[in-house]
Write a protein of this length. Structure first.
Length: 274
């Protein structure tokens, strides 16, 4: 048996999330079916991080075992031929049998895209959160700084989160503005359910001056989700990279500022914020 890893890109708009479910279409279902057709046997894949309904991925990582002999390029091309157009395999690698897409990961990185515009967007309705109120990215960054490091993030977890504990370590959290886009980049050893969306919701409230910068630290200390405010919608969220130990030999791509115009086109909008 050989263990393989795949890097997967998908638009999560029409899926009920990554995880296989009985009564709805998931990304996992589609990938496993396509793999089964290429490998001629049933396949169960393990992912680096489950994404919720409507959330996208630039580089989701999965692993699976097979006794079938396939080249890496043949695997990529073959599986893609059976996938819908909004899911794509863009790399494949062989790894050691003790490697695990989830448990071997050192860090996950997400990006949240906010289109800060007066009018709704036809092009980005399912790819970004359109916020009409002017946002101050500097205030948002000031609020974000309180979340860096290891903390109990109970105030930022979904009510149905099944994680055994809420302690997580955020290693980087950056809020930046690129024209009418406000971009939140966040990295952590692991995330709780809805954690990034809940952080984003609070930071947007701070950026619009609906809440003070000091609220971030107060919400964090409260460990109470009810103090955190709104949950940002899923369509602006992207899993951008999963980081593994260097000795694993896994090389994946990362959505950075240089790639952003190519991977997620930022089209100019004529009406400025006032």
């Amino acid at each position: 048996m050989q263990r393989y890893m795949l890097g997967i890109e998908y638009d999560g708009s029409r899926y009920c999330g990554w995880q296989r479910q009985k009564h709805c279409d998931s990304v996992q279902d589609n990938v496993e079916r396509a793999l089964g057709r290429v490998l001629d046997h049933d396949v169960e894949i393990q992912c680096a991080g489950r994404t919720d309904a409507g959330v996208h991925a630039c580089d989701q990582v999965v692993h699976f075992d097979t006794g079938a002999k396939r080249s890496r390029s043949g695997l990529v091309l073959g599986v893609n031929s059976y996938l819908p157009k909004d899911i794509s395999i863009h790399w494949a690698a062989t790894v050691a049998s003790d490697f695990h897409a989830r448990f071997s990961a050192l860090e996950r990185r997400y990006r949240y895209l906010i289109l800060n515009a007066r009018a709704r967007s036809a092009l980005f309705a399912k790819r970004a959160w359109v916020v009409h109120e002017p946002l101050d990215a500097t205030l948002m960054q000031q609020g974000a700084s309180a979340l860096l490091g290891e903390h109990d993030f109970s105030a930022f977890r979904a009510a149905g989160c099944q994680a055994k504990h809420a302690r997580r370590t955020i290693t980087a959290l950056r809020v930046s503005r690129l024209q009418q886009w406000v971009i939140i980049d966040i990295a952590a050893n692991a995330f709780l359910q809805n954690m990034v969306r809940n952080v984003t919701g609070l930071l947007v409230a701070i950026g619009s001056s609906a809440r003070p910068v000091s609220d971030t630290a107060e919400v964090l200390a409260s460990k109470d989700r009810k103090t955190g405010g709104v949950t940002a919608p899923p369509q602006g969220l992207y899993l951008t990279r999963v980081v593994y130990p260097q000795e694993s030999g896994v090389v994946s791509t990362e959505l950075d500022d240089r790639q952003l115009p190519d991977r997620l086109p930022l089209l100019p909008i004529s009406t400025p914020m006032e």
